[in-house]
Ligand binder design. Structure first.
Ligand code: NCD
Length: 318
């Protein structure tokens, strides 16, 4: 990626803005570091005070349950002080610019900003603005990138499947508006997944889908057939200008993951979803709550992966 500000001259992670530009060694280092935060005796996540004396600010311009909470828990497990910036109650509503807001917060000696925004590339803009002494962690921008989600998904796949090289991974649904799908494709390709498939109705496939280097399926049964991993995505109506799906019932009939459809995948296939789920639209409750679902484990893994990213960025600064 041109003008990539996320790596230092010697290749250390300074910001996490997107997966593109990060090589397999660095991605694997992030996953291994996340692994080291688990206590394997009881599955708990250990505390490690590598951010003691540092301050992390969460700036969420879009709503969030999982990402915001796990970033906060991750920062606290690393012993950082955490500032929750309340976007709705801030001077942004009085017309203060994002630039002035960021510089004001920077004057409060923030070491890391975790930023989610509905517009593409806002985290890149922020990284260029704050410079290398303050880190920007992208918690999702528009439909462009959601790197920590993709990393926690890769971590979850490795944990349950042991690696990537022999796998068929299928990503289903609203690929077009999904920042998660874009980052997942980048991470899984770099980590060497054997077969990467995307599937969805034409209206929800991106225009550049044929250039993404993935198999494109327009039929869910074919896409799920013999898969090791099935990742379902939420239909993101809030990002669509018009109704791009017919009705939710029709969508579910064609694109919903049901127990019958899941039987077409490998017997030990796992089912994933970044959340929040639309039950009965992209996924049946029996599947979401069933034995092959690792959806809640993804959430837990998100804490360790976010700890890993924050601690690696911090160690690159010493
Ligand atoms: C996703 C997001 O916000 O991009 N959720 C998440 O972070 N776990 C996906 C979505 O909103 O559908």
């Amino acid at each position: 990626m041109a003008n990539d500000v996320q790596l230092s001259a010697d290749g250390k992670l300074q910001h996490l803005l997107h997966i593109e530009g990060l090589d397999k060694t660095l991605l694997t280092q992030i996953l291994d570091t996340a692994e080291s935060f688990f206590n394997h005796a009881d599955g708990s996540i250990v505390k490690k005070p590598v951010l003691r004396g540092r301050t992390v600010a969460n700036l969420f311009f879009e709503d969030s349950t999982r990402t915001r909470s796990t970033f906060e828990l991750a920062a606290k497990k690393l012993d950082a002080d955490v500032l929750h910036f309340d976007v709705k109650g801030s001077a942004l509503s009085k017309g203060e610019s994002l630039k002035d807001t960021l510089q004001t917060l920077q004057a409060m000696h923030i070491d890391m900003f975790v930023i989610r925004h509905k517009e593409n590339e806002i985290p890149i803009y922020c990284a260029e603005l704050v410079g290398p002494r303050t880190a920007i962690l992208n918690a999702g921008d528009g439909n462009r990138a959601h790197p920590t989600q993709a990393l926690l998904d890769a971590f979850s796949i490795r944990k349950h499947k042991g690696g990537f090289e022999d796998l068929t991974v299928t990503i289903v649904g609203d690929i077009r508006f999904s920042r998660v799908a874009r980052s997942q494709i980048a991470v899984l390709k770099t980590l060497g997944v054997k077969t990467l498939r995307v599937a969805g109705p034409d209206s929800l496939l991106p225009e550049d889908v044929s250039a993404m280097g993935v198999e494109v399926h327009r039929n869910l049964d074919d896409a799920v057939s013999d898969a090791d991993v099935v990742i379902m995505l939420r239909v993101q109506k809030e990002r669509m200008d018009s109704d791009l799906i017919p009705t939710t019932d029709a969508y579910f009939a064609e694109w919903g993951l049901t127990p019958e459809r899941l039987k077409l995948a490998k017997a030990d296939a796992i089912v994933m979803h970044p959340g929040p789920m639309n039950r009965g639209i992209e996924i049946a409750s029996e599947v979401a709550d069933g034995p092959q679902s690792i959806i809640l484990d993804q959430v837990t893994n998100g804490i360790a992966v976010r700890m890993a990213v924050m601690s690696l960025i911090m160690s690159g600064r010493h």
